[in-house]
Write a protein that binds this ligand. Structure first.
Ligand code: NAD
Ligand code: UDX
Length: 469
């Protein structure tokens, strides 16, 4: 079959895979190929068990795979074939060197640009899909311009706003698509080309075009604003626990003001995910680079509040359990950073578990979508970033595939991800099997406090009044 256009996406991760699947579904005349250095990842995309869990993703992939959607490790030949190359690779926070712990590492983006420059034989539009520091497009453009084949490349910024767990809905019905390009005829033509791809299913009123730097910066700012709302309501949750106010009532009351709006006011044990912390640190570093120390400190506070929220939750758990968790079995319900995903990057659950492990609690962790292997990888990372070691990790952590087994004989349950199934558990049965007093610490406000108290549990929920000790 012949196609009107060919797209290659470098990076088959949480963004590249779903985004390209939705483009393929909505644009049958476009050939879409997602490439990756990681052969295991590509094999999984070509199998019945996709490498990521995302509601609705499997159906979309299966409807297009082998028709106009392909997954491949033939990076060079697929780039050569493409009219448009998306760069959708990971851009993690630097762990060493200049800007360590703050700046985003864009080495993968640069490497992509070098590969494109090396293997291209025709002019191409190169689209930054990854979240990057402002002016990364300049670096990409300069690397591409060094080709000695007389080829012309246009660089666009097209940041992705999907959230995990709702990726397919977000991609099918985006609140907006943002495209930044150069303010030259070539740049404007490239923008028009990319607009024409999205216009296959996104109303033109929702496609925003702008210049490169505004587009790049908008992505960091969007995530900073969202995370700031979570930290703001979490700061209020601490006040609610001390004063007798109820954080859900506060969210309802303030969220009905249209100037504030109801979303992202759900108090929690802390935000996680691969984006919020990384992107705010990236913003903080940018501010510092330009000598804007007050602006840097303002945004840094969003992360400090999140760290405070995670550690204060564990402290309160321990203090309620008579100031000791040593040797106690604690059931951890939920390990993913939010419901409807198996992603554990920066999950608050791992930080709470780390702190409980340091108290020598015995943790039994249950999550419907996270496998033991992934939990252990995350624990290793969480312990390492804080330069603590836990020689007894394997002994202190038991992973469970049955939620009731996780709770059997436990002194306490900590709900750390808001999976819907945690609302409908047989809490009578769970209560009977637990050590008494049986504690429930709800870090997501999912359990029905009144019913659980009637059963006999001591329930403490984030942002709800906690009786004086
Ligand atoms: P990811 O780690 O899931 O996937 C990145 C993939 O890129 C990996 O499979 C890796 O092997 C591959 N890769 C790295 N270098 C490569 C190269 N040179 N050639 C080919 N493949 C290469 O990352 P992700 O979550 O998909 O995020 C990608 C980018 O999108 C990041 O910049 C992130 O900040 C941004 N973003 C992520 C989300 C999200 O929800 N995860 C949402 C919006 C934006
Ligand atoms: C985020 C942005 O929402 C998305 O636009 C961007 O493209 C990637 O980063 P994601 O991290 O996948 O998406 O999920 P999101 O729904 O934003 O949640 C992030 C974290 O905040 C989760 O841990 C979630 O549980 C927490 N959260 C969110 C709250 O604690 N309360 C809320 O009200 C909302």
């Amino acid at each position: 079959m012949s196609f009107d256009l060919s797209i290659c996406c470098m990076g088959a991760g949480y963004v590249g895979g779903p985004t390209m699947a939705v483009i393929a579904k909505n644009c049958p005349n476009i050939r879409v190929c997602v490439v990756d250095l990681n052969a295991k990842q590509i094999d999984a995309w070509n199998s019945a068990e996709l490498p990521i869990y995302e509601p609705g993703l499997k159906e979309v992939v299966e409807s297009c795979r082998g028709k106009n959607l392909f997954f491949s490790t033939s990076i060079e030949s697929e780039i050569a074939l493409a009219d448009i190359v998306f760069i959708s690779v990971n851009t993690p926070t630097k762990t060493q060197g200049i800007g360590a712990g703050r700046a985003a590492n864009i080495k993968n983006c640069e490497l992509c640009a070098r590969t494109i420059a090396k293997v291209a034989t025709t002019n191409k539009i190169v689209v930054e899909k990854s979240t990057v520091p402002v002016r990364t497009a300049d670096a990409v453009r300069r690397v591409l311009a060094c080709n000695d084949k007389g080829l012309e490349f246009q660089v666009l910024s097209n940041p992705e706003f999907l959230a995990e767990g709702t990726a397919i809905d977000d991609l099918e019905k985006p609140s907006r698509v943002l495209i930044g390009g150069e303010e030259t005829p070539g740049g404007q033509a490239a923008i028009a080309k990319l607009v024409s791809v999205y216009a296959n299913w996104v109303p033109s009123s929702q496609i925003i075009t702008t210049n490169l730097w505004s587009s790049e910066l908008s992505k960091l700012v969007a995530n900073a604003f969202l995370a700031q709302r979570v930290s703001s309501i979490n700061s209020i949750s601490a006040l609610c626990e001390s004063t007798g106010a109820d954080v859900s009532e506060i969210s309802r009351a303030i969220g009905s003001d249209p100037r504030i709006g109801p979303r992202f006011l759900q108090s929690s044990v802390g935000f996680g995910g691969s984006c919020f912390q990384k992107d705010i640190l990236n913003l903080v570093y940018l501010c510092e680079t330009f000598g804007l120390d007050e602006c840097a400190e303002y945004w840094h506070q969003v992360i400090k509040m999140n760290d405070y929220q995670k550690s204060r939750f564990t402290q309160k758990m321990v203090s309620r359990m008579f100031n000791t968790a040593t040797g106690k079995k604690i059931a951890i319900l939920g390990f993913a950073f939010k419901k409807d995903t198996g992603d554990t990057r920066e999950t608050a659950s791992a930080f709470v578990c780390r702190d409980l492990m340091q108290e020598k609690a015995r943790l039994h962790v249950y999550d419907p979508q996270v496998k033991r292997e992934q939990m252990m990888i995350e624990f290793d990372y969480t312990l390492n970033v804080n330069t603590t070691t836990e020689p007894d990790l394997e002994k202190l952590i038991t992973t469970e595939t049955d939620v009731y087994k996780a709770c059997e004989g436990a002194h306490a349950i900590a709900v750390l991800t808001e999976w819907d199934e945690f609302k409908g558990l047989d809490y009578e049965r769970i209560y009977k099997g637990m050590s008494k007093p049986a504690f429930v610490f709800d870090g997501r406000n999912v359990v029905d406090i009144k019913t659980l108290r009637e059963i006999g549990f001591e329930v403490y929920a984030i942002g709800k009044p906690w009786p004086k000790e």
